[in-house]
Design a binder for this molecule. Structure first.
Ligand code: ADP
Ligand code: MG
Ligand code: MG
Length: 903
């Protein structure tokens, strides 16, 4: 028997009374919060919300889903009953606004259409409703045609602006308040002509048609070019869709006892408590932000309308207590009656985020877990850059996108070559381009900062600058850059090569001249130069409090990557609990090159052993210094990793030297030998060549010397009463046999050196070759720890070399959405992360208690830290400056499952 088919119609429309603030996915942020305020009993004009699901259905099929029209009809009728008015009724019209509102607020989308329902007849009814206020009615009508024309029918907005200017000009005024009813009636006629000219039809007189077209336009605006661009930049999923809010109109333009305003419950810049807002009397909607007339500080409303002011303050306090956070609000006063039109948890600066979280804990509104949830590592990282010291002397001349944070000043240059030239002469430079391309790479490296007039957060300039940790402002489109003429113009000024400018990679602001830079007080705190208990700096107190909580909450340990005693000491002040990666390469550079050359050119075992013996004490001294600085904490030392030819002069240079010396008849035996060695060691793909453990297995005594230096240094430190905890790490292992061979030799040396000194030396491996991850169970038999080298693992899993690809094509991949973010910035959880997961699981299965960590810049990246926490690693290791960020995010990973979700 076939079951009777039943079609359940989806619910696409929600009355404000049916929703709440947790339904942002379905109702969008604006709709969910209007519902929440309605249910709190706050004065919200009645209305309803069309869901994001209706929008998604429309966008996939190209037409409104079945049932939507009927549901809108039903909700509209209910609204009409509640208001005692009918939409667009000629005698006593109900008017509504149609407002977009996605889950995340998106500036790229359709703006609001106010006064929907007005037409040639209801405009008369509206005037009567308002006590024969013709001026108001015609002003409302001309606004409808303007907004509807512009946002629904894509009529160029300037045409309306132009007609408005002409009307004012004819009247001899600059203020639209001086236009009377007749002027506005004339303006409506002019607007209608503009509308008809551009759309080929008359302005729609049918109220319901106006409403349906406006709703459809909001749906369509989800896929407007600007919206798509914004979503890409902010990594907002493309399939969320937007909700549409239909709200009965209230009027702030009914006279001096009406008005409209915006407010914050705290200062979104600093977090300071107080009332921050702007108010504009006798105005509607966007007039406040449009800068048409001068607004007054919200405090002045107290004189204008004390009752409404007090009610507003009461509501703001209530909202803060309810949302337990900084709220921003939009409101309108209609003839002395206050209406709430919007609220949301307000955006804020990084500093305000910490300060407010601290205040809310003090006020008992949230606990420390919640405070930790509300800040994030990206904000902390921002606060650790030096900042411009801005007084009124410096006003930004342009604003682009803060593409890579920091504060940089320097002389303007327009070409890569000039950047390199000036930088070589010790001059700080800012490379200015319309956009950069791979040819600009050397200039970008030489520059202090990079400024482009085109491109967003995923442009070539932005991606490469972030990879290099270099300050970058992209897309400053007010700049007219003329590279051949070596100048740019902005705000009527011309800037030529050699002029000083300053750019702020956090705010995107561009300044002329050299803005003085001041150190970050947060870094001063981490350095121990500011006492959090006694300072009057609210930010430092808040950071201290939240960091302390993060440290108590986190399971992941945080270590640092450090190759010198000085780095180790600084990282320790920043909270590092050991070294996760000490590279030994630099110990083969400088005046030690000579010894390396001897090692490479050695003819026979004896010469080689002599070279190694000479290197041994130097290495030992390096390790002693590092172990002392990290007294009592683990130090992972990686045996030499790069191919040896990297320590020799480049081939071309050697060839020239040899040729010149031969010409002069000098003795070139040594140079010739070097040249031959370099030729012999030349590799097509050095990244995949003779390096890491392969080198150790090919050059007898090399690893042995390093192991001996490490063990002897540890014993020396122990003799002086210190505690060294060395962990010897073998790089680039792909097969357990490699590790076993190194291990057998190392164990002998360690046993011999350590004796009964009590020093314990662990031996483990990096997991950075995919094969090592896939055979982790075998490798764990020979390793006491794994450290994931996620840079190499990413390169080898994807099969691309970082140095070559980041500048060459990553921007394109980001543009196409193949990457959401560069896999070198944030770990690619699906691919590379899967290798990490497999290795962690199979390694621990073979050797319970196997110590697991990660070294490489992913260790300090917020999203990656959350991933490593979820995989169950023991620690992350990152550069000293990233240590506080990793500590904070490791704490957040415990209390947050979603990662950094604050947009
Ligand atoms: P945005 O998302 O750009 O802030 P809104 O939908 O909030 O757009 O609308 C902008 C402004 O329009 C509001 O701040 C408010 O001043 C005005 N507005 C919207 N709906 C109404 C309404 N029903 N009555 C009066 N003013 C309204
Ligand atoms: Mg708004
Ligand atoms: Mg590596």
């Amino acid at each position: 028997m076939a079951a009777q088919e039943e079609t359940v119609e989806s619910k696409y429309v929600y009355d404000f009374a049916e929703g709440n603030k947790d339904l942002k996915d379905l109702l969008g942020g604006k709709g969910a919060n209007l519902a929440e305020m309605t249910n709190l009993g706050l004065p919200v004009p009645p209305g309803f919300t069309i869901t994001t699901e209706a929008c998604q259905a429309y966008l996939t099929t190209g037409r409104e889903p079945d049932g939507l029209a009927g549901q809108i009809e039903a909700h509209l009728e209910a609204l009409e009953r509640q208001m005692g008015r009918r939409l667009g009724d000629p005698d006593d019209p109900l008017l509504v606004s149609v407002r977009s509102g996605a889950k995340f607020s998106m500036p790229g989308m359709m703006e609001t259409v106010l006064n929907v329902g007005l037409n040639d007849r209801s405009v008369v009814g509206l005037s009567r409703q308002a006590g024969q206020n013709d001026r108001f009615a015609w002003d409302s009508y001309r606004r409808l045609i303007q907004m509807f024309g512009k946002t629904v029918c894509e009529v160029p907005g300037e045409e309306f602006e132009h007609a408005l200017d002409e009307a004012k000009h004819a009247k001899g005024t600059h203020d639209d308040l001086d236009l009377d009813a007749d002027d506005l009636r004339g303006l409506v006629d002019a607007y209608k002509k503009i509308f008809a000219k551009h759309t080929g039809r008359e302005f729609p007189q049918e109220p319901r048609e106006q409403l349906d077209l406006a709703i459809r336009a909001v749906f369509d605006s989800w896929n407007a070019e600007r919206a798509i661009l914004y979503r890409r930049q902010e990594r907002i999923p493309a399939d969320l869709g937007t909700a549409v809010n239909v709200v009965s109109m209230v009027f702030g333009n009914l006279g001096p006892d009406s008005g409209t305003g915006v407010a914050f419950t705290r200062d979104p810049g600093s977090g300071a408590q107080g009332i921050y807002g702007d108010y504009l009397a006798n105005a509607q909607g966007e007039d406040v932000v449009a800068g048409i007339r001068n607004t007054v500080p919200l405090q002045e409303l107290e004189q204008l309308d004390k009752t409404s002011y007090d009610e507003l303050l009461g509501i703001m306090a209530r909202l803060e207590e309810h949302y337990k956070d900084l709220c921003d609000i939009e409101f309108t006063i209609e003839r002395g009656k206050l209406w709430m039109l919007q609220t949301r948890v307000g955006k804020r600066t990084a500093a305000a985020a910490f300060v407010i979280a601290g205040q809310l804990v003090d006020e008992g509104l949230i606990d420390l877990d919640e405070a930790l949830h509300r800040v994030n590592g990206a904000q902390l990282a921002q606060l650790m850059f030096p900042r411009f010291q801005l007084d009124h002397e410096f006003q930004p001349v342009a604003r682009g996108i803060g593409a890579s944070p920091g504060a940089a000043s320097g002389k303007v240059v327009f070409t890569s070559a000039r950047a390199v030239e000036l930088a070589a002469a010790g001059e700080p430079v800012i490379l200015v381009r319309r956009e950069t391309n791979p040819d600009d790479l050397t200039g970008m490296i030489a520059a202090n900062g990079i400024l482009t007039s085109r491109g967003g957060k995923t442009s070539h300039a932005a991606v490469v600058a972030r990879g290099m940790g270099k300050t970058c402002v992209s897309g400053a489109d007010e700049l007219e850059v003329n590279v051949p003429a070596k100048k740019f113009t902005v705000a009527g000024r011309t800037v030529t090569e050699g002029d000083l400018i300053s750019i702020d990679g956090t705010t995107g602001k561009v300044y002329l001249g050299e803005v003085p830079v001041m150190p970050s007080e947060v870094v001063q705190y981490f350095e121990g130069e500011l006492d959090p208990e006694t300072t009057d700096d609210a930010l430092v107190r808040a950071v201290h409090r939240i960091m302390t909580h993060a440290d108590a909450a986190r399971r992941l340990r945080v270590r640092t990557n450090a190759d010198t005693g000085a780095d180790a000491a600084r990282a320790r002040r920043f909270g590092a609990e050991g070294i996760g990666l000490c590279r030994t390469e630099h110990m083969f550079l400088g005046d030690r090159r000579e010894l390396v050359e001897r090692l490479i050119l050695a003819e026979g075992g004896q010469q080689r052993d002599e070279a190694l013996a000479a290197l041994l004490p130097l290495q030992r001294a390096d390790f002693v210094e590092i172990f002392r600085q990290m007294d009592g904490l683990p130090v992972t030392v990686r045996l030499i990793d790069p191919p040896l030819h990297e320590f020799l002069p480049p081939l071309e240079q050697l060839a020239v030297n040899v040729a010149v010396a031969q010409e002069r008849g000098e003795d070139v035996a040594k140079e010739e030998a070097l040249l031959a060695a370099v030729r012999r060691m030349h590799e097509e793909n050095p990244m995949l060549g003779l390096r890491g453990v392969r080198l150790g297995l090919v050059i007898p005594g090399l690893f042995a010397m390093q192991v001996r230096a490490i063990a002897e240094a540890a014993v020396a430190v122990a003799r002086d009463g210190g505690t060294a905890c060395p962990e010897i790490m073998v790089p680039l292992v792909g097969a357990v046999q490699e590790l076993e061979t190194v291990r057998a030799e190392a164990e002998k040396i360690i046993a011999e050196v350590v004796g009964d000194s009590g020093v314990d030396v662990l031996i483990g491996t990096m997991i950075e070759v995919p094969r090592a991850a896939l055979t982790a169970g075998q490798i764990a038999e020979a390793a006491e720890f794994f450290s994931f080298g996620t840079n190499d693992l990413t390169q080898m899993a994807w099969g691309f070399s970082r140095d070559d690809v980041e500048g060459a094509f990553f921007w394109r991949y980001l543009e196409l959405g193949i990457f959401g973010i560069s896999p070198f910035e944030s770990i690619d959880a699906d691919g590379v992360g899967r290798l990490v997961r497999i290795a962690a699981e199979e390694g621990r299965a073979a050797r319970p208690g196997l110590k697991l960590g990660v070294c490489g810049e992913h260790g300090g990246d917020p999203d990656s830290v959350h991933f490593f926490h979820s995989v169950g690693l023991d620690y992350v290791s990152c550069s000293p400056f990233r240590v506080p960020v990793a500590r904070l995010e490791a704490g957040r990973a415990v209390i947050t499952t979603t990662g950094s979700d604050s947009r």
